[in-house]
Design a binder for this molecule. Structure first.
Ligand code: CA
Length: 405
């Protein structure tokens, strides 16, 4: 049975009633508050709550989703069911319609306060390509890669909302052949197309979150661009991993898609061989059939597919907490660069241009090895939704600005 919203045109753009993602928006002279996307409108949940149409105003008259994210799965589901009723039952239309605002009239802000930020490395194609590029004479995958989801702790304070300008970072590099390191603006600025999930319900110290408890803790998914300065990264990363080559900026999409909206997108992940240790086993298939698209200045550069990711979100969460580190509301976990097996499915310029050796030609005839000042990178994604629909994860976009003098 197809459920149709009375909001005109809402079934067309991926923001139909099967999606209902949450975000934070503001209008001039008004405080930021919680909204839900429907069609090309934002439903003002603070106003809807003040009007008595949804419960718990304290969740929604807020400049971040954190208060609602901590409320937990029963509250998330109850609100989702209520919004579905309000937006599909014509009898509510007169009372709900005054609280719909054209999305073009609002500013979308960072949807949640990021507590900690973890970035994984879970695409076998990406990890293999990176290994081939940097260590051509070795096995491309390190011995630990198929035993655990490799990751690192990133910088929460520089996770920015979509649209934030990205200032080209400066730093130290030493390219092969240079006798001495030098300092200056990065010459190899890159994007990484990723998908992240955000924790709502915290966990206690000393106890991990088992893979089977993923839904009880995780609020939803966002798109992530893990901006990366490859020249800085290559020089500084040995032996402790990424540092300043990554920490200058990470962008996330404006809308947080609830886990419930992505249930129809679940597929079996690739076969894991060798079988992971028991704490990493997951009884349910948690691959996600997400189709990503990366555009540079409006031209499609690549189409990575998330379904090929080797490690799944519940496995990543189980691994990140298995040492007893408690989960906090607002913890953001990004997948790692999403790359498929084909060249036109690679998720960053490092792979697309094979570290600058094979320039990528865009539809307008221009070529790129890495990003240039003025380039706008947009990542968007869609997925199968309930009732045969398509839902969108919206987009995360950013424009590269010149390094500060
Ligand atoms: Ca990354």
């Amino acid at each position: 049975m197809t459920t149709v919203s009375w909001v005109e045109g809402s079934a067309d753009g991926g923001f139909g009633v099967e999606n209902l993602p949450y975000g934070i928006f503001s209008r001039p002279r008004e405080l930021p508050r919680v909204g839900v996307a429907i069609g090309d409108r934002v439903l003002d949940l603070a106003e809807l709550s003040a009007a008595g149409l949804v419960e718990d105003r304290r969740y929604f008259a807020s400049g971040s989703l954190n208060a609602f994210m901590v409320a937990g799965r029963p509250a998330w589901q109850a609100n989702r069911d209520r919004l579905t009723d309000l937006l599909t039952d014509e009898s509510y239309r007169d009372r709900v319609e005054p609280h719909l605002i054209p999305v073009a009239d609002v500013e979308l802000l960072r949807p949640f306060e990021v507590a900690d930020y973890v970035d994984f490395y879970s695409s076998e194609h990406h990890a293999t390509n990176t290994g081939r590029i940097f260590r051509p004479h070795d096995e491309p995958l390190r011995p630990n890669w198929k035993r655990l989801p490799v990751g690192y702790h990133g910088r929460a304070g520089t996770v920015y909302p979509s649209g934030t300008p990205i200032i080209r970072p400066s730093g130290q590099r030493r390219t092969p052949g240079d006798p001495e390191p030098s300092y200056g603006p990065s010459l190899r600025l890159d994007f990484e197309a990723e998908v992240g999930f955000v924790a709502g319900v915290p966990s206690s110290a000393g106890r991990g979150v088992p893979a089977g408890a993923f839904r009880d803790h995780v609020f939803g998914f966002v798109l992530v661009n893990d901006w990366s300065a490859r020249d800085l990264q290559a020089w500084e990363s040995q032996p402790l991993g990424p540092f300043l080559g990554k920490s200058f900026a990470t962008s996330i999409s404006s809308w947080v898609v609830p886990v419930a909206a992505l249930e129809p997108a679940r597929v079996s992940p690739p076969v894991q061989d060798p079988a992971p240790l028991p704490y990493l086993r997951c009884d349910e298939p948690w691959g996600l059939d997400l189709y990503l698209e990366v555009l540079i200045n409006g031209q499609v550069a690549t189409r990575p597919q998330f379904a090929s990711m080797y490690w799944t979100p519940p496995q990543q969460l189980a691994h990140a907490t298995v040492n007893g580190a408690p989960l906090r509301t607002g913890d953001l976990f990004a997948s790692g660069t999403v790359s498929g097996p084909e060249r036109d499915q690679r998720g960053c310029m490092l792979e697309l241009s094979w570290n600058g050796r094979e320039p990528l030609e865009l539809a307008d005839g221009t070529e790129r090895t890495f990003l240039e000042d003025g380039d706008t990178v947009t990542i968007r994604a869609q997925a199968p939704g309930a009732s045969g629909s398509r839902i969108t994860l919206g987009e995360v976009t950013g424009t590269v600005h010149p390094a500060q003098p």
